[in-house]
Ligand binder design. Structure first.
Ligand code: ADP
Ligand code: ASP
Ligand code: MG
Length: 438
């Protein structure tokens, strides 16, 4: 069996949903099909919540707009009949619950995390109902019952062992062959202790698909999207980017961790440890070759496989002469940041040890500076360490490729190219594995 995931762009219009139907119905083996919300709906669900919270009565127009979009898709893809009536009954039931929740938010002008999580879950609950009723013989599954999360450092994290057990139980009919198409809403989950609706984070449908593929020992995970595959760079930024035929798990992980939105980063790990290949395919050009991500990649030995980048990043430099040769300064830096729930994506420290530079997202910068300043308050007061040096609004770029390992001249070429183009590098990092220079 295989797991196929269709993103928002693949379920955004009548034309694309019909492509999904074709792709799924031509599979000649049991498949689990994971779907995202209709394209743009998750953003609109959030925006409408914010309008309701702000007391803006126009939230209802935005809500009605979503109702119309779902109805238009149903009109476009499902023929009149009993099945359509049943679908409309289910979809309208969900939409009416959603309306009541929005009304509550509007009345009390409060939007808790719990309420927002409940609201955004409607995107996938609605789309999965529509696609399930369109695909012949599909059975609808409820991810809320088998994808389980727990709160860790203010984040909803997957409870892997329990989820795996529940997935195996839930999909027995699929693995036995009694069900040919299991239709699954992506992204959504429930908290293991409270039962509250949670989610796997923006872009999380890829992760839902990967979790199911790994738990069921699928032959392959196929991620169907709106581009021909994993590309050498973000095609929205670099118009000469082209599709990469094969990537190793490590390369894919490096690229998507650093901005390649085509795959949600946590997706790689569950299938990687089970050695299940990931195929990235285009719903609008199903015959295009796509990209395969697997353990060994049979490429032509190209050193650099791709470039990825993230905007809105900051560098914070912790520095001071008292740091030189002192054991435990980095331990204090990282403990303080971890306690503050701040993720660091780049670290750079020279051998003189008098400064450590950390890359964080702009949104975390102020908090990071606050916790670091508190941690080193005494040292800063007596002058043995300097106040934090902060540079905001930066971009981080990385080149990735497993074949960079032991290949001289790559860093030289990178810095030469940047220099010739008048770009000054503020900080950089390369691990000794040599698969990424950022
Ligand atoms: P989906 O709705 O299918 O989940 P996403 O928008 O999450 O789609 O991801 C697909 C998009 O990712 C593409 O349309 C493309 O603009 C963007 N993207 C960014 N980096 C890359 C890359 N390296 N390769 C391919 N697509 C990329
Ligand atoms: N609908 C969710 C989002 O837009 C999950 C997904 O599409 O993967 O983030
Ligand atoms: Mg996506």
């Amino acid at each position: 069996m295989k797991v196929l995931k269709f993103g928002g762009t693949s379920v955004g219009s009548v034309e694309s949903i019909l492509n999904v139907k074709n792709i799924v119905e031509t599979c000649n083996e049991p498949v689990a099909v994971v779907v995202s919300a209709l394209c743009g709906i998750t953003d609109q669900l959030i925006l409408t919540s914010q309008m309701a919270k702000a007391g803006d009565a126009k939230y209802i127009d935005s809500y009605n707009d979503m109702v119309e979009r779902h109805h238009a898709i149903i009109e476009g893809v499902i023929k009149d009949g009993v099945q359509k009536a049943a679908l409309l009954y289910a979809v309208d039931g969900l939409l009416s619950d959603l309306k009541s929740i929005y009304h509550g938010v509007y009345l009390i002008k409060d939007l808790s995390e719990k309420t927002l999580n409940a609201i955004v879950s409607y995107g996938e609950r609605l789309s999965s109902n529509i696609v399930a009723s369109l695909i012949d013989g599909a059975k609808l599954y409820d991810s809320l019952t088998f994808i389980k999360t727990e709160k860790k450092q203010c984040k909803n994290m997957l409870v892997s062992d329990l989820t795996n057990t529940l997935v195996v139980e839930a999909f027995k009919e699929l693995t036995d062959g009694a069900v040919k198409v299991a239709l699954v809403p992506g992204f959504i989950s429930t908290d293991v202790s409270t039962g509250e609706v949670t989610n796997l984070g923006r872009g999380g449908s890829d992760y839902t698909a990967s979790i199911i593929a790994a738990a069921l020992g699928a032959k392959a995970l196929e991620i169907w999207t709106d581009v021909d595959g994993f590309m050498t760079a973000d095609p929205r930024v670099i118009n000469s980017a082209y599709t990469i035929d094969t990537l190793s798990y490590v390369e894919a992980m490096e690229l998507c961790n650093f901005g390649a939105k085509v795959v949600y980063p946590p997706t790689i790990y569950p299938v990687c440890i089970k050695n299940i290949p990931i195929y990235i395919k285009n719903t609008f050009r199903p015959d295009a070759q796509g990209t395969v991500i697997q353990e060994e990649c049979t490429d032509e030995g190209r050193a650099i496989k791709g470039i990825s980048s993230i905007n809105d990043t900051s560098l914070i430099t912790v520095s001071g002469l008292s740091m030189v040769g002192v054991i435990g300064v980095n331990q204090r830096i990282f403990s303080a940041l971890a306690k503050g729930g701040i993720s660091v994506f780049l670290v750079s420290q020279t051998s003189s040890e008098n400064s450590t530079t950390l890359g964080v997202q702009d949104k975390d910068c102020n908090k990071a500076v606050e916790v670091l300043t508190r941690e080193f308050e005494k040292e800063i007061k007596v002058g043995s360490m300097y106040p934090m040096l902060v540079q905001q609004g930066l971009a981080a770029v990385s080149i990735v490729g497993e074949n960079m390992h032991n290949m001289p001249g790559i860093a030289g070429k990178l810095f030469g190219t940047l220099g010739r183009n008048g770009i000054s590098v503020i900080a950089f990092a390369q691990g000794a594995k040599e698969t990424n220079i950022s």
